[in-house]
Design a binder for this molecule. Structure first.
Ligand SMILES: NC(=O)c1ccc[n+]([C@@H]2O[C@H](COP(=O)([O-])OP(=O)(O)OC[C@H]3O[C@@H](n4cnc5c(N)ncnc54)[C@H](OP(=O)(O)O)[C@@H]3O)[C@@H](O)[C@H]2O)c1
Length: 270
């Protein structure tokens, strides 16, 4: 019997690499996608040895048209694709008008454009087959706005809205295909190094491991949960921001220490 295939974007580090390890242990064949091909090859070899599965490393820049088109074509043509994890993403730090515009545009191409394109490529065939699942990695930041991280929060709000919309489309078509918006809070990975955010500015109790985040996601997938928010603190944050008056939310968002840390000047730790 042939194994199901799971495709994971951003599998060369952090949350994506943990998805790869956990899905390999479940017996999926894997398609690992990211720019750092050497890391993907290394992980692929390790997982093939450990789990007797087939793992393919696919080097692609998903913020570039060529890269995302190539991966989309591969996904659309893969009849065994049972799970797509749209995980690749990054953040840009700094006030909107001060942070480099080209980086913000690249971030939109990756955090939004690649998810749109790859979900479109994968979903049609999944619906036709009557099986499959897509996990879109959003963020708790998708429910909030943060000074110094405006565009990042907006991209993640889009992921939440998009995934909820797809859920409704699938429901209206009575499709069994499952979608999930995974909304982690602060998670140990390379994310904050890439964004240039000092981890020490964020209280220790708010950090989660990528293992815990991925466990919550896969457990939510088994229960067909649309929104998965790992950790009780973040469940509380999301429940609160969705219920409190806007003026109060804005005051809390403006004062949060991790938000101040994203801004240059004003005595922040950076
Ligand atoms: N860490 C957190 O606190 C946190 C919280 C909430 C949500 N998230 C979300 O979780 C997801 C994974 O982030 P992470 O924390 O695991 O960060 P990470 O450790 O920095 O991993 C990011 C992954 O995305 C890949 N990537 C970046 N740019 C890419 C591009 N242009 N094309 C293809 N792949 C690209 C990277 O691989 P290459 O560099 O090799 O291309 C890497 O594998 C992101 O969507 C992020 O927004 C993270």
């Amino acid at each position: 019997m042939t194994n199901s295939l799971a495709a994971i974007t951003g599998a060369s580090a952090g949350i994506g690499s943990v998805f790869a390890r956990k899905l390999a242990a479940q017996g999926y064949d894997l398609l690992l996608i990211a720019r750092r091909g050497d890391r993907l090859e290394q992980l692929a070899a390790e997982l093939e040895r450990a789990h007797q599965i087939h793992v393919e490393a696919c080097t692609a820049d998903l913020s570039a048209v060529e890269g995302v088109d190539r991966v989309a074509a591969r996904l659309a043509a893969e009849p065994r694709l049972d799970l797509l994890v749209n995980n690749a993403g990054f953040g840009v730090k700094g006030r909107f008008w001060e942070a480099p515009l080209d980086k913000q545009i690249e971030m939109h191409r990756l955090n939004i454009g690649a998810i749109l394109r790859l979900t479109h490529a994968a979903l049609g065939p999944m619906v036709a087959r009557g099986r499959g699942a897509i996990i879109n990695v959003a963020s708790v930041a998708g429910f909030t706005r943060s000074p110094g991280s405006v565009s990042y929060c907006a991209t993640k709000a889009w992921v939440n809205a998009f995934t909820e919309g797809i859920y409704l489309d699938l429901k209206s078509a009575r499709s069994p295909v499952v979608v999930q918006a995974l909304c982690p809070g602060f998670t140990y990975s390379e994310f904050h190094d890439v964004a240039g955010v000092d981890r020490a500015s964020i209280p220790k109790s708010f950090w989660m491991t990528a293992e815990d985040v991925v466990e919550a996601s896969l457990s939510g997938l088994r229960r067909r949960k649309l929104f998965v928010v790992p950790g009780w603190r973040y469940k509380l944050v999301v429940a609160l921001v969705n219920r409190i008056p806007v003026r109060l939310r804005l005051a809390l968002e403006a004062g949060a220490p991790h938000n101040r840390a994203r801004l240059p000047g004003r005595g922040n730790p950076d």
